[in-house]
Design a protein around this ligand. Structure first.
Ligand SMILES: N[C@@H](CCC(=O)N[C@@H](CS)C(=O)NCC(=O)O)C(=O)O
Length: 325
């Protein structure tokens, strides 16, 4: 685990000392957008037109942020249009690597051993953390974006005229509501589990866990009479919540000490999670081996023995009956 400083790799864990033991996530460094006509998106520069076989996506199957992009790639039928590479689940002193392992797909473009090489190739003096997902442009040899929330918005519509499947998970009419839910879910849940797990003081940990479970309680109530977060259709808000929920009982309860309750203890959230998991194509994007291996072996300060628990035995495929709502 580390970061690049002026294009040089440094092996360093997150610094929580300045914020009373609190983990603070750094903003992503590459924020351009692929658009249908190549014009600039909401941030960054233009020049990234949606074209088949121009872009490459680097992901970790363990990472909840990268998982969002894999879900959209699947649902929008972008598999032929945007190929992927998959990093090794173990993130050690060199950060993410393409070291051989089950499920790893090496980098066909610059044949990188380490993900940080892609960042240096894109920007030789890059300073910042080396995170996945990474959306790469083969034409200009650079990173278009390393911000998952923006990559999924691109995947949602930019490729619609070049072979993507129909489907809009952030329709204009629901966008304000989706954005509100996203902001709440990001702070309290998506990033909340990390704030709990990476905190280095009791106070910071408790603050995060209490906020996290209050948020889960709120969503449990919301999902009592709504099949999905905004109502009867699946939106981006659901997919963004899904990638955290699907990891929760296997990893966040034990490894990140988010253990007031499990997702299976919440009848509505548990049914909702199974409902989303059973959407065609989604189960294939969930790799529980990579998920468990990554967390339990990569954070030696949290789990020094690197023992991976064998449980819990969870079955995401049982009937959910949420279609009756
Ligand atoms: N804001 C980014 C965050 C991505 C992120 O933090 N990914 C994690 C993996 S789950 C990572 O690569 N961490 C490496 C590090 O922080 O050094 C996004 O949503 O795309």
């Amino acid at each position: 685990m580390g970061l690049l400083v002026d294009g040089k790799w440094q092996d360093k864990w997150y610094d929580t000392e300045e914020n009373g033991g609190r983990f603070e996530r750094e903003d992503a460094g590459f924020r351009n957008w692929i658009t249908a006509d190549g014009s600039a998106g909401p941030t960054g520069v233009g020049g990234f037109k949606a074209e088949p076989d121009r872009y490459h996506l680097y992901v970790s199957l363990a990472c909840p942020w990268a998982h969002r992009t894999l879900i959209y790639r699947k649902l929008k039928g972008l598999e032929q249009i945007i190929p992927i590479s998959v990093v090794n689940p173990y993130m050690g002193e060199n950060g993410w690597t393409f070291a051989e392992g089950e499920g790893v797909i090496p980098d066909p473009l610059i044949h990188a051993d380490y993900a940080y090489e892609l960042y240096i190739k894109a920007k030789p003096n890059y300073t910042g953390r080396v995170t996945v997902p990474i959306l790469w442009d083969k034409k200009t040899n650079t990173i278009v974006s390393n911000e998952s929330s923006e990559i999924i918005r691109m995947f949602n519509s930019a490729f619609d005229d070049v072979g993507a499947l129909a489907g809009d998970f952030s329709p204009a009419s629901l966008l304000p509501e989706i954005d509100d839910i996203n902001a709440f879910v990001y702070t309290t849940i998506n990033n909340g589990v990390y704030k709990a797990g990476f905190s280095t003081t009791q106070e910071a940990y408790e603050e995060a866990v209490i906020e996290l479970f209050a948020a889960l309680d709120t969503l449990e109530a919301r999902l009592a009479d709504k099949r999905y977060l905004t109502g009867s259709t699946i939106t981006e808000a659901d997919w963004r919540l899904f990638t955290t929920l699907v990891r929760f009982d296997a990893v966040y309860v034990g490894h990140f000490k988010c253990n007031l309750r499990r997702i299976i203890d919440y009848p509505n959230l548990w049914g909702y999670l199974r409902d989303l998991y059973q959407v065609p194509g989604i189960a294939e994007t969930v790799n529980m081996e990579h998920i468990k291996q990554h967390y339990y072996t990569s954070h030696a300060n949290i789990n020094p023995t690197r023992i991976i628990p064998i449980g819990p035995a969870i079955d995401f495929t049982t009937a959910h009956h949420r279609d009756q709502l």
